[in-house]
Design a binder for this molecule. Sequence first.
Ligand SMILES: Cc1cc2nc3c(=O)[nH]c(=O)nc-3n(C[C@H](O)[C@H](O)[C@H](O)COP(=O)(O)O)c2cc1C
Length: 247
Amino acid sequence: MKAVVIVFSPSGHTLTAARMIRKSIEARGGTADIIDLTKDDTLLFASDKRENLAAKVGAFDVLFVGAPVYAGHAEHTVLRTIAMLPSPDEKRSKIAVPFISYGGAHSFVALEEMGRALKRKNYVPVLGIKLASFHTLSRSFRTKISEDRPGDAERRVIEDAASKVVDLCSDRESIRDGSASFAYTKMPMRFILKILSQEKIHAKFKTVSIVYEKCRACKRCIEVCPVNNFVFADGIVSVKNRKNCIL
Ligand SMILES: Cc1cc2nc3c(=O)[nH]c(=O)nc-3n(C[C@H](O)[C@H](O)[C@H](O)COP(=O)(O)O)c2cc1C
């Protein structure tokens, strides 16, 4: 049984979960390839990114796709990547499992969005996984939320999911769309979260720009930017494309 795990993970939590998935699949006798979109120009912005993705994805029995939650939504780089995926065929099974890692504030539509995006490509999202991860609300808060996560609790959830998926792969007759369960936030909380939407807060952020009077050309921005949006040439750092900024 072969799994492919596609993940985007600017600060590493979703990648930790992806590695847990790989380990769980391997513990059940399967294999799993992780395709990490983070900092991978060939998959993020290259003109032939669709072809590159198809080549990397190859054949599989189950597809896992993982995204962090940003402003309550599945991070758009991942949604865009799902839209570029080759659809299921004789080499690629239709069994898909979206997973999201979230900090703890809003995340009520993220898993649903992932499920819908996968269905648009004819995949069947059999189950979805929502994983707590470390988060601080902002620098003004000293309180840390879900410190040490994803950890043991998340590992147990992933192992449970891996068992179910491995069983499904050997009993394809029982493959069912499980996305109705992705709406894990019910009314009235759903309504309250909508009102308190983080989108308004996020809309205040501007796409990246460089304050040249302060820039010391230390190149740290190049090191940390998850979408490689900085270049260094002739002693000057510049932004490649402001539209590529994920804030
Ligand atoms: C710009 C930004 C926006 C975020 N928005 C939310 C949010 O709306 N709800 C939430 O639960 N977590 C939010 N988080 C926390 C991340 O979803 C969480 O830390 C996630 O695990 C990060 O994944 P990564 O470590 O793989 O990058 C946000 C984080 C960032 C950087």
